[in-house]
Design a protein around this ligand. Structure first.
Ligand SMILES: [Zn+2]
Length: 297
């Protein structure tokens, strides 16, 4: 029996690459740090400070920083709002001409809590601890891993602005950063794109998102197989919701793109989307899957 176990464990070790440890507690601190800037509403001073924090963080770890500024005419206020995507490029062992992947999360938080049970709060911006900051926190901790051990592939960590700007029911003012990035040209630049959003929920359950599953099932398979291989039981093979998110913009040019998201979050678009509803364990669960995914490409 011992011999059999040893043989099995050897086989799994040789198949899976050695991957640096994803630190969920550290990721949780990154989530809290973002929330501490205040709501990262596009065009606000808080958004700018958070962006500078992210840029300094990634630069320190060896990322090459690029910003993509654009303006969005807000049809509800008539204001022209500055938005900025932040791109941190990390080189892998494949070399500059080698394969590159895109990992994205939105760093903006929603300007209004329209689903808040207290109607007096529905026009106030949200903290976006889970809806926004959780995905960014996972990317930040992945940057720590990449800095200590290069994966084979080159990786662009992209912090998108204006994901959650629109009025519910009108998709034209959502995903603005991803749309801008797609418009400026991503075709042929990347092997694939993975968006992480709403991955901090204490009660984490990550279903396969339905658009991702319909258009790029092989990429979804690769991520969920990774989760099974390393024993992350928070990832369920069930196909869940259709979620409109930044991945849909990347899909429009044929780039294999999926979103990793737990959309069943009772504090969604309310003033209660705060760090206490999130956990280090949930961030670590998704972070470990993403780490094993990128180191095995
Ligand atoms: Zn949202």
């Amino acid at each position: 029996m011992l011999t059999v176990l040893a043989a099995l464990s050897c086989r799994s070790v040789s198949k899976e690459k050695v991957v640096p440890t994803f630190d969920g507690d550290r990721a949780m601190k990154y989530l809290e740090a973002q929330v501490a800037f205040g709501p990262r509403v596009p065009g606000s001073a808080s958004a700018e400070r958070c962006r500078e924090y992210l840029a300094a963080f990634c630069r320190e770890l060896g990322g090459e920083i690029d910003t993509m500024q654009f303006f969005h005419a807000d049809k509800h206020t008539g204001k022209n709002i500055e938005m900025v995507n932040l791109i941190a490029r990390f080189s892998g062992e494949a070399g500059p001409e080698g394969e590159r992947i895109l990992l994205a999360a939105h760093y903006d938080s929603r300007p209004r809590a329209e689903l808040d049970p207290d109607s007096s709060k529905q026009n106030l911006p949200i903290d976006g601890a889970n809806d926004g900051a959780s995905g960014v926190a996972v990317l930040m901790e992945l940057a720590n891993l990449i800095a200590v051990q290069k994966p084979r592939v080159n990786i662009d960590l992209v912090f998108l602005d204006g994901e959650d700007f629109g009025m519910s029911g009108d998709l034209s003012d959502y995903f603005l950063g991803a749309k801008e990035m797609t418009r400026r040209g991503i075709k042929g630049k990347y092997r694939c794109a993975v968006v992480v959003d709403m991955v901090g929920d204490r009660d984490l359950r990550v279903y396969r998102e339905n658009f991702s599953e319909q258009y790029f099932p092989e990429l979804n398979d690769k991520i969920w197989e990774t989760a099974h291989t390393i024993g992350e039981t928070t990832f369920s093979d069930t196909v869940g919701y259709f979620v409109h998110d930044d991945h849909l913009s990347f899909m429009t040019v044929g780039l294999p793109s999926v979103v990793v998201i737990d959309f069943a979050y009772q504090y969604w678009h309310t003033s209660h989307d705060t760090p206490d509803k999130c956990s280090a364990a949930s961030l670590a669960s998704v972070g470990r899957v993403m780490a094993h995914f990128i180191y095995n490409l």
